[in-house]
Every structure is written in structure tokens, then in C-alpha cells.
Design a binder for this molecule. Structure first.
Ligand code: DQA
Length: 149
């Protein structure tokens, strides 16, 4: 099973970026935790990518268009990118939208809107780094069920 984990703008700064909101874990920490969880779950290949550029994230979706699932924290692009939403619906790969913070309880109204929600299977928001692990569990459980002979 092949799962793409995509991380958008400013997530490279996790660890020192507003730690009261995003926690103390770095993106490398999150990658290690996900790789460990993937190993525990079974036969999962993970590609873990971060970019500050919308086009690079879209390109990554197309270069993985024959993969089985996507976990995506599009960061601020969640709230603005119709192009990213179109790429996800074009490849028709089951995707889970992830947020470290609970975007719905944040004070900025623009964080309450997601262009990805209509094209993703569901959203995991507000559980810190655990949002990523929960998304991996959920995707694995769906894909394993679908891939049963
Ligand atoms: C975020 C929430 C977004 O609103 C914000 O722009 C981010 C991170 C999160 O993981 O909580 O960069 O996606």
C-alpha cells in the first residue's frame, strides 16, 4: 500500500512556529512517528513531502497519481487553493485532510473554510501531531478493507 503525505507552506517551521498552537514537534518528528506507525500497521510505503509552493504540491499529487491514498495538511492553502482541490478530485485518490490545530475553533474566520473538504474523504483537525497518525490509521483501515481479495 502506498500513501503520500503532503505538507504545505510553513510546516517546515514546526517546532518553533507558534508552539502553543502547533506543538513542539518538528516535521521530522512527525515523519518519524508516521513511519513507525506505518511499520506497525503493515506493508505501507510512505512518501513524505513538504513544500512552500502550491505548484510543487500539485505536481506531487500527479507524480503519485497511481498511489493508494493521500494524507494532506495543505496548511494555509486549505483556505485558498481551488487548484489543489481540483488536483485531488482529478486523481480520484482517497485523501484525508489533516490539521494540527482545530481550525474551527481558531479566531480567524478564514480558517473555518476549507476548499479541500468537498474533495476529501474527511478531516482530522485539532489533535496536534496525533491528527496525522489518526489520518494514517483511518486511511489504512479503509484501503486494507478495499484491497481484500
Ligand atoms: C494548519 C491550520 C491552517 O489554518 C494554518 O494556515 C496552517 C496549519 C494546521 O495544521 O493546524 O499553516 O493546517
Amino acid at each position: 500500500m502506498q500513501i503520500l503525505v503532503l505538507n504545505g507552506p510553513n510546516l517546515n517551521a514546526l517546532g518553533y512556529r507558534e508552539p502553543d498552537i502547533y506543538g513542539e514537534e518538528t516535521l521530522d518528528d512527525i515523519e518519524s512517528l508516521m513511519r513507525q506507525r506505518a511499520e506497525d500497521l503493515g506493508d505501507i510505503e510512505l512518501d513524505f513531502i513538504q513544500s512552500n509552493h502550491e505548484g510543487a504540491l500539485i505536481d506531487a499529487i500527479y507524480t503519485h497519481s497511481n498511489w493508494d491514498g493521500i494524507v494532506i495538511n495543505a496548511a494555509a492553502l486549505t483556505h485558498s487553493s481551488t487548484a489543489l482541490a481540483d488536483a485531488i478530485s482529478t486523481v480520484m485518490i482517497p485523501a484525508i485532510e489533516v490539521h494540527i490545530s482545530n481550525v474551527h475553533s481558531r479566531p480567524e474566520a478564514w480558517r473555518h473554510q476549507s476548499f479541500l473538504s468537498p474533495v476529501t474523504w474527511g478531516q482530522v483537525s485539532g489533535f496536534g501531531y496525533r491528527s496525522y497518525l489518526a489520518a494514517l490509521d483511518l486511511l489504512y483501515s479503509r484501503l486494507a478493507e478495499e484491497q481484500q481479495p
